[in-house]
Ligand binder design. Sequence first.
Ligand code: NAP
Length: 248
Amino acid sequence: MKPIVIITGASRGIGAATAIKAAKQGYAVCVNYLHNDLAAKNIVTQIEQNGGSAIAIAADVSQEIEVVKLFNTVDQELGSVTALVNNVGILEHKMRLDQMDMARLNRIFCTNITSHFLCAREAIKRMSTLYGGNGGSIVNVSSAASRLGSPGEYIDYAASKGAIDTLTIGLSREVSKENIRVNCVRPGFIYTDIHANSGEAYRVERLASSLPMQRGGTPDEIANAIMWLLSEEASYITGTFIVAAGGK
Ligand code: NAP
C-alpha cells in the first residue's frame, strides 16, 4: 500500500514543491490549502500527469473543526495518514511589537502554532501504536527566524517558529516509543509568495548577497530536506533540525 501524506499549505511555495516530490517518491498526497482552488488543482494535475495520486482539500487548519474534517476526508478518500508535513505558515506586514494589535497576534499564532498542534494531534491518533496504528513520520516547517528573532520586522512570526521548534522537541520524545518520528526543517530566505505579505515581495533578492552562499533558496531545496526527514532513510532520527538557510 502507498504511504499517505498530508501537506498543509501545499497549493504554493514550499508545500507545493514538497507535494510534487512526495508524489514522485510514491506517496498518495493530500494537498491542503486555504482559498486558492486554482493553484491547488494545478498541483494535483501536475502530480496526476506524472502518474502520481493526489487530492486537494480546502481547509483552514487554524480551525479545529476544519482540521478534524480534513483528516476524516483523507481517511475516506486516501486511507489512514502515514506522514504529515506541518508546513502552513503566514507572516504579516513588517512592524515593531509596539504597533501590533491582538487580532494580528491571534492570526499569526493560530495559523503558525495552533494548526501544527491540531494536525499533529489528528495524525498521532491515526499513526500511534497506542491507537492501533503502525507508526509514521511528522516534519514541521519552522524558520531560521526562530533563532534570529526578526527584530523590527515580525517578532510575532519568529516567536511562532520558536514554538514550533519546542513542539518538535517535546512531541518527538512524547511519541517516539509509538513508532512516530518528529523532525523539523528551518528554511532561510526562499523564493516564494510569502514575502509579498510582509510588504516586500523582493525581500530574498535584496538579502541574498548577505548570505554566506550569496543566494536565496528554492522551494525544491527545502522540499528535499523535508522529504529526507520524512523518509525511512532518516529512520534513526527524531527531535532534530535541518537548517536550510544558505549558511546563515
Ligand atoms: P506561501 O508561498 O506563502 O504559501 C502559503 C500556503 O499556505 C498556501 O498554500 C496557502 O493556501 C496556505 N495557507 C495559508 N493559510 C492557511 C490556512 N489557514 N490553512 C490552510 N492553508 C493555508 O508560503 P511558503 O513561503 O512556501 O512557506 C511555507 C512554510 O515555510 C511556512 O511555514 C513559512 O513560515 C516557512 N518558511 C518560509 C520561508 C520563505 O522564505 N519562504 C522561510 C522560512 C520559513 P492558498 O494558496 O489557498 O492561499
